[in-house]
Design a protein around this ligand. Structure first.
Ligand code: OOB
Length: 543
């Protein structure tokens, strides 16, 4: 097995420890401490369940014993694909207790993506819920197992069929490892948005992840009295750790799991559970702003609405305070590490017009031109970063690492930003060709590769197009090989590729050739830029 690790050069690691960022905490110890101190406090609410911290610890220990009883070993990687249900925490803290490593997939991922994560992580098990939003994950589990031989076990929360039933796991203290993980060990694996080709694996250590969580709690005012509503899928880094559900648990606060993020689902939960904080992507924030004035539900407990994952425009940002009667906090982060927040006491202009500033004094932020020279403050440039919770490498991917990290360990975020007074950043756009569709990141290259597998597609280029609601949508330019199929046929065929639905192009345009733009050996990047410009011109002319 390729070892799963994340290592900072020793002089950095020493500094991060010395400054108290890395405190030697582990997830196991965090939960044990909270269960000792606040055993009777409610930790998790959802799906008709209310678990105290004592319940959560007991359920995690049962889960750990169950995974070990299946024959899994400490160090094993386990792909976890669960919707927002309380069992998510029993599974994940169970894996931590058994010293196994969760690899977080989103509910939207399908066979192609899950098989890729499982192979890349050399996973031995896969945890799913029986079904969610009409999709049966047990069938997906069969398909993944058939493709990935080392993935021996599928564990199902709910009706398990012929798979292992999570609900049948039994406590067995004798099975549990005595020794805890080391704080510098990898605790979990996040999935990259993937700007080039397939998603990469992001190993995060106990030390670094827990630092970002603790520091986020402080910035976001999380206390034991806070109630965090998980509106977005909890496997994503934003609702997981910024400060998200793990922040709430670290503080001994309460997590409420929303099965869906729409106002009809979330507003009654806010009223019933007196939710104080939640996080949304911009299109959902727009929906909430639209629905709030008409709702009969009492939303007055809500103190902070975080918005991030994609750019939140200043105009809707200005409306949050007066419509939802709470503070807006902008969050600009990435699963690789660096997270920026506007602060709760920042002036309105900063909160509505910037994407915040870094968490840590030791987050190093560079803004460089394409030649690698620093740009003056206020000028747009490429954002690079390193620091106490930003990874130094993806797992087992030398090519991606050579592209994404400088020799001295800075992560090239691909974002174009400018620095404003006080170190606040404004996100201006990005240098890489991914599409940020309502916060879901889509690699143009990955989608093009799928399209090129179609027998009637000669060539394809996928670009982002500004969209009033989604922020960006995807448009595929296709040169047909012979007679052009209908766009609907291409979409249907793409669905058959077993990929997340958000990757299927929103718009398909057939073109005769790329010649008008693609003279000679133009790069795909330039080609995409030219096609995008052409489309925008046409839209403008048509409007
Ligand atoms: C979050 O994480 P990822 O890994 O899904 O995506 C990271 C990318 C950033 O590099 C940037 O391109 C974009 O998403 N992004 C934003 C943004 N927040 C993220 N672009 C503009 N404005 C923002 N506020 O998306 C993520 C992780 C932790 C916290 C928040 C978001």
């Amino acid at each position: 097995m390729v070892p799963l690790k994340q290592v900072w050069p020793s002089e950095f690691a020493e500094r991060y420890r010395q400054k108290g960022y890395w405190r030697g905490e582990t997830f196991r110890r965090v939960l044990e401490a909270r269960a000792r101190e606040r055993g009777d406090a409610i930790a998790v609410v959802g799906g008709g369940e209310r678990w105290t911290y004592a319940d959560l610890l007991a359920r995690a220990e049962t889960a750990a014993a169950g995974f070990l009883a299946l024959g899994l070993q400490p160090g094993d990687r386990v792909v976890v694909q669960l919707p927002n249900i309380p069992q998510f925490f029993a599974v994940v803290f169970g894996l931590f207790r058994a010293r196994m490593i969760p690899v977080f997939a989103l509910p939207a991922h399908r066979l192609t993506e899950i098989a890729h994560f499982a192979r890349k992580a050399q996973a031995t098990a896969y945890v799913v819920a029986q079904s969610h939003e009409g999709f049966d994950y047990r069938e997906l589990a069969d398909a993944v197992k058939a493709q990935v031989p080392h993935l021996r076990h599928a564990v199902v929360v709910g009706e398990a069929g012929h798979h292992a039933a999570f609900d049948a796991f039994r406590a067995d203290p004798a099975l549990l490892p005595v020794e805890d993980a080391a704080p510098s060990d990898v605790a979990l694996v996040q999935i990259s948005g993937g700007s080039t080709g397939l998603s990469k694996l992001i190993p995060r250590t106990h030390d670094d992840y827990l630092y970002s969580i603790r520091a986020s709690n402080e910035i976001c005012g999380i206390t034991p009295e806070s109630v965090y509503l998980a509106s977005l899928p909890v496997s994503h880094n934003f609702p997981m750790s910024s400060p998200g559900v793990f922040g709430a648990i670290h503080a001994g606060a309460r997590v409420v799991m929303a099965p869906a993020p729409d106002p009809a689902t979330a507003f009654p939960l806010i009223e019933q559970e007196k939710v104080t904080i939640t996080g949304l992507v911009p299109p959902l924030a727009l929906l909430w702003l639209q629905a709030a004035p008409k709702t009969a539900h009492d939303l007055s407990s809500l103190q902070v609405l975080q918005v991030g994952g994609a750019k939140f425009m200043p105009e809707p940002a200005k409306r949050v305070g007066s419509v939802l009667h709470c503070k807006l906090q902008q969050v600009f982060g990435m699963a690789e590490g660096l997270v920026n927040y506007t602060r709760l006491d920042d002036p309105d202009a900063v909160v509505t017009q910037t994407q915040g500033r870094k968490i840590s004094p030791d987050d190093e932020v560079l803004i460089l031109d394409d030649q690698g020279n620093a740009v003056p403050d206020g000028e747009p440039g490429n954002l690079l970063t390193r620091g106490p919770y930003t990874i130094r490498a993806y797992h087992d991917d030398p090519a991606a690492n050579a592209r994404s990290f400088t020799e001295d360990g800075f992560y090239r975020t691909g974002d174009v930003v400018r620095r404003l007074p006080g170190g606040y950043l404004e996100v201006m756009g990005r240098a890489t060709d991914h599409i940020n569709r309502a916060g879901e990141k889509i690699s143009a290259e990955e989608v093009e590769d799928h399209l090129l597998a179609h027998p009637q597609v000669f060539d394809a280029a996928v670009v982002s197009v500004p969209d009033r609601f989604l922020g960006e949508r995807s448009c595929a330019f296709i040169i047909a090989d012979g007679e052009a199929p209908r766009p609907a046929d291409i979409k249907a065929w793409m669905r058959g590729r077993a990929i997340a639905a958000f990757k299927i192009p929103d718009q398909i345009v057939f073109v005769e050739d790329f010649a008008t733009t693609a003279v000679g050996k133009i790069s795909r990047k330039e080609l995409r830029a030219a096609l995008r410009a052409q489309l925008l011109d046409q839209e403008k002319a048509g409007a």
